[in-house]
Design a binder for this molecule. Structure first.
Ligand code: EPU
Length: 460
């Protein structure tokens, strides 16, 4: 168990390159189950969620290797297993993305229900609705989703939007299943997120026929087989956004490289509204320095909504920024309405935030001071690191394995930007129930025996 010790007050300076997208690579890895040929991803992030997904694939009979530089080679030759058990799924809800590919390839799948998590309930009713529309019989049995399509999947037409809008992984799951179904599938109310488009691009390289990516109507014409391919995933827009906010909150000059500013237009728009200086080019965004003692961000409201609106995965980081603004701002979370675990921790650091249902009112500027805080989920942890970098004194962030799920060695990259942050062994905080094995930290990963490649052991 590790914690971060952060001493605030240093503006960041320098450049940082963004890693491949975690949320793009997870369904792309699941797509490897659709073919018996190798799938190669040259730029996968070395984060624990990716390692968890590789374990899920290995438990299903795939062979998977992630090299030191992030490159993944995965091959699901032969008939893969059909059961993704609770032991794996509970660690990472993204593993539900194996449902569609397994069903398409083996005509049956059993995937444990992911259940809820700290960011709220995580239902899979829309995934199930989609599989049923493709002709599968789906039952819930003892906490498992059991799906079967004895004579194969058939193309179907469906509306996949739910009360909170489209579903990202639900769209991915159905799209993958439909690639090998007989006939044409039309998904209405599809998610338009860049990660869904990226998955579609990978499937097309594998031989799938897909139209309408990036729009709410996706059409998939089934084919009889898919082949392997090499696919570099898109840069992680949430990691990029987090580094942009890190530059802005410290009044620093951070150049975020190898990113896609076109995936972050809403963040840049809100930064401009907040009076925070930046510039951007085709594949970079740079924050411009300003004196945080004499200038504060203008309070700027955000409402999280499906892409291209403000992403829920940047809500916590934006809230940390707004604690430093000169006045009252409103944060409204419409995707995961309980995703506010960071509020209490920010308040321990001196933030003045009032929560009302799905809204949080942030009264700035707060005189943030270092405190002992607990990371609760991936993005909440990122928000605490950001707040720690501008707080007076020392902040200790416990349970940082949450941040290792989705950010590759974040403390080392922040150190290179001049932040005073270190990872230390935290003997005082017990891991959450069931969380320990989900948290292979970078240090521990480095100790894994390996010459050129890190072998992911099967079924561990
Ligand atoms: N929903 C349903 N029924 C379903 C599926 C979803 O009602 O069957 C609801 C959810 O409860 C939520 C909304 O629909 O209110 C959107 O959920 P979605 O299915 O889009 O979320 P997801 O696909 O499970 C992915 C990302 C999340 C990100 C969301 C929203 C991955 C692995 N996860 O989750 O990322 O917040 O989309 O953009 O891609 C993160 O990276 O920190 C993270 C949580």
């Amino acid at each position: 168990m590790d914690k971060f010790v952060v001493r605030g007050g240093r503006p960041l300076r320098g450049s940082v390159a963004v890693a491949g997208s975690k949320n793009a690579v997870l369904p792309v890895l699941a797509a490897s189950l659709l073919t018996d040929e190798p799938l190669i991803i040259p730029n996968a992030p070395r984060v624990s969620d990716v390692r968890s997904m590789l374990k899920v694939l290995e438990s299903l009979g795939s062979r998977a290797v992630q090299h030191e530089d992030g490159r993944i080679e995965v091959c699901s030759a032969g008939i893969p297993g059909t059961e993704a058990s609770w032991d794996y799924v509970r660690k990472m809800r993204g593993s539900v993305a194996v449902l569609g590919p397994l069903l398409a390839r083996t005509h049956r799948a059993c995937v444990s229900l992911p259940g809820g998590c700290v960011i709220g309930v995580r239902p899979v009713d829309l995934h199930i609705k989609g599989m049923k529309a493709l002709g599968a019989r789906v039952d819930l049995d003892g906490g498992d989703v059991r799906a079967e399509a004895i004579s194969g999947l058939k193309g179907g037409e469906m509306y996949l939007g739910g009360a909170q809008g489209p579903t990202v992984l639900g769209t991915a799951n159905v799209m993958m299943a439909a690639t090998l179904a007989k006939g044409t599938t039309v998904i209405h109310g599809a998610a338009c997120e860049p990660e869904v488009v990226d998955l579609g691009d990978c499937l097309i390289k594998m031989g799938a026929r897909i139209r309408g990516l990036g729009s709410p109507r996706i059409e998939i014409e089934g084919v009889s087989r898919l082949h392997g391919c090499e696919h570099a995933v898109i840069p992680d827009r949430i990691e990029a956004g987090t580094f942009v906010v890190a530059g802005a909150i410290t009044g620093g000059a951070v150049r975020v490289e190898k990113c896609r500013p076109d995936h972050l237009m809403i963040l840049l728009e809100r930064m401009a509204e907040a009076g925070l200086p930046y510039d951007y080019g085709a594949d970079w965004i740079a924050t411009s320095p300003y004196d945080t003692r004499h200038r504060r961000p203008r309070p700027t409201d955000v409402t999280t909504l499906p892409y291209p609106a403000f992403p829920t995965d940047l809500q916590a980081q934006w809230m940390a920024l707004m604690t430093t603004a000169s006045g009252m701002s409103l944060v409204t979370e419409t995707i995961f309405t309980d995703r506010y675990m960071h509020v209490a921790e920010l308040m321990r650091m001196g933030a003045n935030i009032r929560r009302q249902g799905a809204c949080a009112i942030v009264m700035g500027p707060a005189d943030l001071s270092g405190a002992q805080v607990m990371a609760s989920d991936l993005r909440a942890s990122a928000a605490l690191v950001l707040a720690g970098m501008v707080a007076r004194g020392t902040t200790e962030i416990h349970r940082v394995y949450h941040i290792d799920r989705g950010y590759e060695r974040i403390e080392e990259r922040l150190q290179r930007l001049g932040a005073d942050i270190e990872r230390v062994d935290d003997k005082s905080t017990p891991p959450e129930e069931g969380a320990a094995s989900d948290t292979l930290t970078p240090q521990r990963a480095q100790r894994t025996p390996s010459d050129s490649a890190e072998r992911v052991p099967a079924g561990r």
